[in-house]
Design a protein around this ligand. Structure first.
Ligand SMILES: [Zn+2]
Length: 422
């Protein structure tokens, strides 16, 4: 088999296209495959399919998968047609998306690598520029988002925020708990940030939502109340965020008590912070006697700690009535604790108790969303941060959106489906 026939078959090039030359440059370690369109095959406008005369040709090149160690470039003079209605247009080619300098197969390979390494590393590995790889990634996300089913129904969703580079710059993240994927991202954490997600849904989709896990951020509560029917029975303040509030409260009490003890020259609370934040069962046997003794001296912190520990046991009720009873008992204890930070927390919890009880009976913990949050942090650290929020959003969709990212290939597995893809 001659080399051009070999390439014709390997590349899946069919009529009216043909490989007419293959150039091997051993010095540059490069193969250039020249493709042409048979001159006698009539041309059509890509917009209206009307037969059109050839206007001119433009030379284009596409990077393809390497041939062994040789960089492989496809080269073709692509005809442009002049349509009386739509003007001058380049005709599409079956191996690449218009405007891309890569074949569909090469883009697939880059997408595979991008799943494993950051843009800079992939660019180095493939001998490409940073923006070329970034372009492939952005096109993949755009393609994946366009392919999503707009009518899909989500039962359990979670709303959370992740911080961008600077403090107080956030991205709102909506995730699908059932499939553990990111559904929607928006700048900031305002009502409008979350509104955008709900507005993209029809009434049936909104009604199908059975739980929305979140922290107690008012904008998320308000946006959900505004858009989701019967929201007050569906909003669930998740266990993770509530536990964090208790931990912060214990820490506040500990700092104040430590300061008071230090003023009396008592250093007994030094380096005890993590023991107070741990769960009872997580304090090691080795540290247990010291911790037990400490609790008789640091009485305020010990009281706050006991309340926190008790609160962590109140998440397993099935009945709303019993859950409410238990939490109200806890709130009474907190209010009488004579610890200002705990009394303040009791007020916050009392105001939001309805959503905590929802979380318990709907078992709609944002635990999954939290693991999503840590997965997002991994995306962030792998890329050594992002220059802007758009890139950050794009990377989150790429890695965590469970999107169909690849260019569609024809049955031959080689050429690009030109008419259906974005
Ligand atoms: Zn036309």
């Amino acid at each position: 088999m001659r080399d051009k026939h070999l390439y014709q078959q390997v590349l899946g090039i069919n009529d009216p296209w043909q490989v007419f030359d293959v150039d091997l440059n051993p010095e540059k370690q490069e193969v250039r495959v020249h493709i042409q369109r048979k001159a006698r095959v009539p041309l059509a406008c890509p917009q209206c399919s009307k037969a059109c005369p050839c206007y001119d040709h433009r030379r284009k090149e596409w990077r393809h998968l390497d041939t062994c160690q040789f960089k492989t470039i496809l080269v073709a003079d692509i005809p442009r047609v002049k349509c009386s209605e739509h003007g001058v247009h380049q005709i599409p080619v079956p191996w690449a998306k218009q405007g891309s300098g890569f074949t569909a197969l090469f883009e697939r390979l880059v997408i595979d690598w991008l799943k494993e390494a950051n843009i800079k590393a992939v660019a180095g590995l493939m001998g490409l520029g940073w923006s070329a790889v970034d372009g492939i990634m952005q096109r993949a996300v755009k393609r994946g988002l366009a392919r999503r089913d707009d009518t899909a129904v989500f039962r359990h969703i979670g709303v959370d925020e992740v911080s961008f580079q600077k403090r107080h710059e956030y991205i709102t993240v909506v995730s699908d708990h059932d499939q553990n994927r990111v559904l929607y991202l928006a700048d900031d954490r305002k009502i409008t940030s979350l509104d955008g997600f709900y507005k993209s849904m029809n009434d049936k989709q909104k009604s199908a939502i059975s739980s929305v896990s979140m922290d107690m951020w008012p904008a998320f509560i308000n946006a959900t109340r505004r858009c989701v029917p019967d929201a007050d029975a569906k909003i669930a303040f998740d266990r993770f965020h509530v536990a964090k509030m208790f931990n912060d409260c214990v820490d506040q009490v500990r700092r104040a008590e430590n300061k008071a003890l230090l003023a009396d020259g008592d250093h007994c609370m030094a380096r005890s912070r993590y023991n107070w934040l741990r769960h009872l069962g997580d304090v090691s046997r080795k540290h247990w006697p010291d911790f037990k003794a400490l609790r008789t001296i640091a009485v305020k912190t010990a009281r706050a700690w006991a309340i926190k520990e008790y609160a962590s046991t109140l998440w397993n009720y099935i009945s709303r009535t019993w859950a409410e009873k238990a939490w109200k008992k806890l709130l009474g204890w907190m209010s009488r604790s004579r610890l200002p930070a705990m009394v303040k927390l009791a007020r916050t919890i009392r105001k939001h108790l309805w959503g905590i009880i929802n979380a318990i009976v709907l078992t709609a913990s944002n635990g999954k969303s939290e693991s999503m949050n840590s997965r997002i942090q991994k995306v962030k650290s792998r890329s050594n941060g992002f220059r802007n929020r758009e890139r950050f959003r794009n990377a989150i969709y790429f890695h965590l959106g469970a999107l169909d990212l690849y260019p569609s290939l024809n049955k031959d597995g080689l050429t690009y489906v030109t008419h259906t893809d974005s």
